[in-house]
Design a protein around this ligand. Structure first.
Ligand SMILES: Cc1cc2nc3c(=O)[nH]c(=O)nc-3n(C[C@H](O)[C@H](O)[C@H](O)COP(=O)(O)OP(=O)(O)OC[C@H]3O[C@@H](n4cnc5c(N)ncnc54)[C@H](O)[C@@H]3O)c2cc1C
Length: 477
């Protein structure tokens, strides 16, 4: 397994293809290194005895120790440990741990490459297993490049005026394919080793060029990462804290005639399998959300309770009702994830697949309550998160004493603690990172309607109708 230093060294040697603040930058740029903080922790914590039970496991292919983020789940227990690991790691950073993108993509590929071979006699699974061995041995980090630009939402991929609205094959060669298009909203792509690219939706039979899945080094020729940062507001050093270390650079990742060699192609033209892969990745990702959303909710609840405590209102009925609301959302989502693991099934590849209904209702509940959780924190915090003077004023020789005096609520709590707690609330409620997390909480893993579709597509509503008929005494053939 790599150390975080080895991970950063590898990034530093990659071809600069990240466009941020009007410049083309390399992965040793301070902003990229800062953004990779959460990923660095996934390496550091693997050797920490307090975390290694969750962060490490044994590869089912090589028998060697690996990071759990690179594991292919073999049992319900693996799914549970992944979910617990995700919650713990999100607690540690106060937000998204990010590395689940690669884990969920690799698990999806594990299932669908095998299903495709069984149906069409292809050899994608063996290819993918070779890639997995390389991926695990080198302890790689991968981004999920699924969401296409999509153009006019009322039209299919093949109906778009511009075919590049969905990434597709533009040329077929004996040794591979050339692809063009763009994948949007790519979390952590600028500081990943590899991109795992696959379709975003169900495809029609004639849309073979869009049914393409592959792995590619993130700095391959023809790839442009157009970045958007989400950083917490800067603080002066005497008020530094762990939370602002968390950052993120999202990427609009453009593929301008990118060559993909055969050995890295895991689907090529099998349209029904393209749709299956889109859904399978989403299923794993929704299961991950059942770990990360409660992890973030822990932070939200903890901060809401702390502010209520400092304000002297922690025991008030209205505030306690807010806590109960927040706890119920977090723990119901977590419980749905556990149920999804317990009721999971084993695919022909041997990979453990979360239960569709439980993973989707968990993710759906989390998404529907996302703004409500922010509302709970906002309610109890009052208006100060929006108007809090920042650290230069806190430290200012003329006005600093005023800031410290007027942020104070309870006399027995040091003024700096009041300020720090409110700064965290301000970072979450008004900062770039908090806002990105909020939108991701609604749309990440698919917009809310996609969970409804997944639930309605697999739920036995007719079985429930039969039950109603039985109880009503309705007899039919
Ligand atoms: C912070 C963040 C991080 C993300 N990270 C990743 C990532 O790492 N990798 C990745 O691949 N993706 C990622 N996503 C993308 C995420 O999966 C998409 O945002 C989501 O699938 C919605 O797609 P969209 O943004 O194109 O919205 P749209 O598809 O435009 O959806 C907007 C609304 O229109 C509705 N709509 C769209 N089409 C139709 C239709 N035909 N009929 C009826 N209604 C329709 C949707 O239901 C939704 O309500 C991320 C998103 C966010 C916000």
């Amino acid at each position: 397994m790599r150390t975080s230093q080895e991970y950063l060294q590898k990034l530093a040697g990659m071809r600069p293809n990240i466009y941020l603040d009007g410049e083309c930058i390399g992965r040793d740029h301070p902003k990229v290194v800062h953004a990779s903080y959460a990923i660095q922790l996934t390496f550091d914590k693997a050797s920490d005895p307090e975390y290694s039970k969750w962060l490490t496991t044994t590869s089912h292919v090589s028998g060697q120790p690996i990071n759990r983020f690179n594991h292919i789940h073999q049992s319900p227990e693996d799914l549970l440990l992944k979910q617990e690991m995700t919650r713990k790691m999100c607690n540690l950073v106060g937000g998204c741990i990010q590395r689940c993108m690669g884990a969920d993509s690799m698990n999806g590929l594990s299932v669908v490459t095998k299903n495709c071979d069984l149906k069409y006699g292809t050899d994608y699974h063996a290819r993918w297993l070779k890639y997995l061995a390389y991926f695990q041995e080198n302890d790689l980090v991968a981004a999920a490049s699924q969401t296409d630009a999509k153009g006019d939402r009322s039209k299919r991929p093949s109906e778009q005026d511009d075919p590049d609205m969905y990434l597709h094959v533009v040329e077929r060669r004996d040794d591979g394919v050339i692809v063009s298009g763009a994948k949007l909203h790519n979390t952590m792509a600028p500081y990943s080793d590899e991109l795992l690219v696959f379709p975003t939706r169900a495809l029609a039979k004639h849309e073979q060029d869009y049914a393409i899945a592959f792995a590619i080094p993130a700095d391959a020729e023809g790839i442009y990462m157009i970045g958007r940062q989400a950083f917490a507001p800067e603080r002066q050093p005497n008020l530094a804290a762990p939370y602002p270390k968390l950052a993120d650079i999202e990427s609009m990742t453009v593929f301008d005639r990118v060559f993909v060699p055969n050995e890295r192609i895991f689907l090529n033209g099998e349209t029904d399998m393209g749709g299956q892969l889109a859904l399978t990745f989403a299923l794993y990702h929704r299961h991950s959300y059942c770990g990360c959303k409660p992890g973030v909710a822990d932070v939200m609840l903890g901060l809401t309770a702390l502010l209520a405590d400092y304000n002297g209102v922690e025991k008030k009925d209205n505030v306690r009702a807010t806590f109960a609301d927040m706890i119920s959302v977090a723990e119901l989502v977590f419980a749905a994830g556990i149920a999804s693991g317990v009721k999971s099934f084993n695919a022909p590849s041997g990979t453990q697949v979360p239960n569709i209904i439980y993973a989707n209702v968990g993710r759906r509940h989390a998404g529907h309550n996302m703004y409500h959780e922010y509302e709970c924190l906002c309610d109890v915090a009052g208006g100060l998160p929006a108007t809090l003077p920042l650290t230069p004023e806190y430290n200012h020789p003329v006005v600093g004493d005023f800031v410290r005096k007027y942020v104070k609520r309870r006399a027995d709590v040091p003024e700096e603690n009041h300020y720090r707690a409110y700064h965290l609330a301000s970072d979450i409620l008004t900062g770039e990172g908090g806002a990105a997390l909020l939108i991701a909480g609604v749309h990440g893993g698919g917009s809310p309607i996609m969970e409804d579709i997944a639930i309605l597509g697999s739920y036995d509503i007719n079985g429930k109708k039969k039950l109603a008929k039985f109880l009503a005494g309705i007899e039919e053939d």
